[in-house]
Design a protein around this ligand. Sequence first.
Ligand SMILES: [Zn+2]
Length: 111
Amino acid sequence: MAGRCPRCGVGKVFESDNPYNIVKMITTKKECSNCHLDFIPEIGFYWGATYVAYMITVAFSAITFGISTLIFGFMNTLSLWYVLVNGILLFLFCPIFFRFSRMLWLWVAHD
Ligand SMILES: [Zn+2]
């Protein structure tokens, strides 16, 4: 994922390019290195990104539910197995969803 500045498209928003870098996966830079856009305009700015992450999680689960229903049938999808597998997938994709929701929030909410 690019994770570039929403204004100039050059500066990087996150410290590390790798979303699975455990130490720096959530470290967001204070400002753009190119155009000096403030990436943290106010305290709690990224609180709104949690709602974006929630919507992504629900949408992802709806898609996996649909795929599981197509392959295994509706009644088999209503099982603990689906919950378990979907939970593992959500856990694995968590760093990507985290960054995507922060980027989306930065694009939408930054003035
Ligand atoms: Zn910039």
